[in-house]
Design a protein around this ligand. Structure first.
Ligand code: IPE
Ligand code: IPE
Ligand code: MG
Length: 246
C-alpha cells in the first residue's frame, strides 16, 4: 500500500521534475554506533535504493545524487577504497533491478581519476540501463561544481579559438551545453541530509533557483518517506524566479 505521504503528495500539486540530493551523514551514523565510517557508507546503499524507488513511485523524472566529491579524494585512502568498492558492488548488484524498473543511469564527474575496475563497473551499469524511461539517475562521482565550470570555460575557450564561436555568442545556453548535465532541466528541489546547510561545491550553476530542503536524518536512515516529506515541503513553496507574486 502507498504511504499516506505519497497519497498526500499526489494531491499536493506538481512533483519536482528533477531532484538533487547531497547524501550526507554516513560517517556520523557509523561513529555514533562505534562502527568504522565505511559501515555508514555500506548502510547508505540501502538509502540510495529508497531514494531511487521513492522517486519512481512519486513520478520524479530525474534524480541526481552527490556520491563522491573531488574534495573527498583528500579522505584517508582506506575510506576512498571502501567507497570505490561499494560503487563497484552497487553497479554490479543493482544493474538488473534498475534496468527492470526503467532507471537509466549516468555517472558524471572527472572519471579519469577512477581505477580501471571502477571505470568498467560504471561502463557496465550505464550500458545495461541505457534507454530506461521511468527515471534518469545521475550519480555524481569525483565531481565538483567549480571544476565543472572550469571545464566549461576551457571548452568554450577552445571553441572560440577555433572560430566556432565568438565571445559575444557565449550565453547561458552555450555554457549549459558544456556542463555534465547538458540537456537536463535544472533541479527543482535540492535535499541535503544530516542537518548541514551548505552546498559543498555541488551543481553551482544548476542550483541558481532550486528550492532547498534540509533534513536532519543521517543518510543511512533516509527512507522514501523522507523523500516524500521533502517533496511535500517543495509543494508548499512559492517559486518566484525574481519576479513578483501573481
Ligand atoms: C556522505 O557521508 C558520503 C560521502 C561524502 C562520500 P560522509 O562520509 O560525509 O559522512 P559525515 O558527514 O562525515 O557524517
Ligand atoms: C558532500 O559532503 C559530498 C557528498 C555528499 C558526496 P561532504 O561531507 O564531503 O561535505 P562537507 O565536507 O561536509 O562540506
Ligand atoms: Mg559529510
Amino acid at each position: 500500500m502507498d504511504s499516506d505521504l505519497l497519497q498526500r503528495l499526489r494531491l499536493g500539486g506538481a512533483v519536482p521534475r528533477h531532484v538533487a540530493i547531497i547524501m550526507d551523514g554516513n560517517g556520523r551514523w557509523a561513529q555514533r554506533r562505534g562502527l568504522p565510517r565505511y559501515e555508514g557508507h555500506r548502510r547508505g546503499m540501502s538509502a540510495v535504493r529508497e531514494a531511487v524507488e521513492g522517486s519512481v513511485e512519486a513520478g520524479v523524472g530525474i534524480l541526481t545524487l552527490f556520491a563522491f566529491s573531488t574534495q573527498n579524494w583528500d579522505r584517508p585512502p582506506t575510506e576512498i577504497g571502501a567507497l570505490m568498492s561499494l560503487l563497484r558492488a552497487y553497479a554490479q548488484k543493482e544493474k538488473r533491478s534498475l534496468a527492470a524498473q526503467g532507471v537509466e543511469v549516468q555517472v558524471l564527474g572527472d572519471l579519469d581519476r577512477l581505477d580501471d575496475g571502477t571505470k568498467s563497473a560504471i561502463e557496465s551499469i550505464v550500458r545495461g540501463t541505457a534507454g530506461g524511461q521511468s527515471l534518469r539517475l545521475n550519480l555524481m562521482i569525483s565531481y565538483s561544481g567549480r571544476d565543472e565550470l572550469i571545464r566549461a570555460a576551457r571548452l568554450l575557450a577552445s571553441r572560440t579559438l577555433s572560430g566556432e564561436l565568438t565571445p559575444d555568442e557565449i550565453g547561458a545556453a552555450e555554457v549549459e551545453e558544456c556542463l555534465y548535465t547538458r540537456g537536463l532541466p535544472d533541479p527543482d528541489l535540492l535535499v541535503r541530509t544530516s542537518g548541514e546547510q551548505r552546498l559543498s561545491n555541488f551543481l553551482l550553476w544548476q542550483l541558481a533557483y532550486t528550492e532547498i530542503h534540509t533534513s536532519p536524518v543521517l543518510w543511512p536512515e533516509f527512507t522514501r518517506d523522507d523523500l516524500y516529506r521533502a517533496i511535500l515541503d517543495f509543494q508548499s513553496r512559492e517559486r518566484r524566479f525574481g519576479r513578483v507574486s501573481v
